[in-house]
Design a protein around this ligand. Structure first.
Ligand SMILES: Nc1nc2c(ncn2[C@@H]2O[C@H](COP(=O)(O)OP(=O)(O)O)[C@@H](O)[C@H]2O)c(=O)[nH]1
Ligand SMILES: [Mg+2]
Length: 320
């Protein structure tokens, strides 16, 4: 399979979809065409706002993305939605579930929705998603929403490829911060209490107080943007516009102060480092000598003739 940069730049959704399938392929010849396409795409990347969206399962991420996505389209923007879900290597089921919550967005020609890569490990999923962001940018998308289910380290991974990170929460004291891992609050730039409709309206203020108290205890971070709490309903669209206006203002401030670029440069450096580490590990474990030394050391360890520390020394003795 081969796709030209001109095809990709035409903005055709099918071509973008094929391009992402190409970069997700693990076949050697596909990897080569994928790298070529990414190279060619580079001059046309960087033009989108990259926004991470997280929150516990059921908080309303997909519904929120549908609502926000349609608002962005109404403002003349093209929206891409990428998902990072390392928990479901065969995520067919959850894609369908999500797509029914994003019916309007799925059907709209200015939106592109792509489920999580099925590469398995979080490292693989992260790598493919970073590359997908670049392809979406080359294809002319203005806003890229990266949704994560929040399994394992996935929020950190998504934050490491986003310009801003939105965290969705539930209304009600005691519910808002429930299930949110320590450290995630620190990642979030915009806090959004969702489902503030119907009977939940009264509980929304309680959630706001709880979150503001939670934020108060966080040490203020360097290079952070002010964190604010918003109340909204993804179901009725109430409050979504205020979330976006604030988010856009933050993004524009990041851009005009050059922090957007410096953050992205840092993210690229970290990306390179983690790629090198992955490759080194891969080469290490696939080395014949290492495998032989490993088997020998493990056998000796089992029989009790060496200590764990000696086993480590034996396994590493032939590695650079
Ligand atoms: N009342 C209410 N329900 C919502 C709202 N947003 C989402 N839901 C419902 O919450 C459930 C989970 O939503 P979903 O978007 O799939 O959550 P996700 O797992 O975070 O992607 C669905 O039944 C939605 O209809 C909202 O703003 N208000
Ligand atoms: Mg969802």
């Amino acid at each position: 399979m081969s796709i030209s940069i001109d095809d990709l730049k035409s903005g055709n959704r099918r071509t973008l979809s094929k391009a992402i399938t190409l970069i997700e392929s693990t076949r050697a010849e596909d990897r080569e065409s994928a790298q070529k396409l990414l190279q060619d795409a580079m001059p046309f990347t960087g033009g989108a706002w990259r926004i991470g969206v997280s929150g516990v399962p059921g908080v309303g991420k997909s519904t929120f993305i549908e609502s926000l996505g349609m608002l962005l389209i109404a403002r003349g923007l093209k929206v891409a939605v990428l998902a990072v879900d390392p928990s479901s290597p065969f995520s067919g089921g959850s894609i369908l579930g999500d797509k029914t919550r994003m019916e309007k967005l799925v059907a709209h020609e200015d939106a592109f929705i792509r489920p999580s890569p099925t590469a398995g490990s979080l490292g693989g999923v992260t790598q493919r998603t970073r590359e997908s962001i670049l392809l979406c940018e080359a294809a002319g998308y203005d806003v890229i929403l990266i949704e994560t289910v929040g399994v394992g380290q996935s929020e950190y991974e998504v934050a490491s490829m986003s310009d801003l990170f939105l965290l969705l929460m539930l209304p009600g004291a005691g519910d808002a911060l429930q299930g949110i891992k320590r450290g995630i609050l620190e990642l979030a730039n915009v806090m959004v209490v969702n489902k503030c409709d119907g009977d939940n309206r009264d509980r929304a203020e309680a959630a706001r107080r709880e979150i503001e108290q939670g934020l108060h205890y966080l040490q203020s971070r360097e290079e952070t943007v002010e964190t604010r709490v918003f109340l909204c309903s993804a179901l009725t669209n109430e409050g979504i516009e205020a979330v976006w206006d604030h988010t856009l203002k933050q993004l524009e401030e990041l851009k005009s102060s050059k922090r957007l670029d410096s953050n992205r440069r840092k993210q690229n450096l970290n990306w390179v480092k983690s790629l090198v580490e992955q490759q080194v590990l891969h080469r290490f474990w696939n080395d014949g000598n290492v495998q032989a030394d490993y088997m020998k050391a493990i056998t000796e360890l089992r029989s009790g003739s060496i200590t764990p520390m000696q086993a480590v020394d034996d396994i590493l003795k032939n590695s650079p």
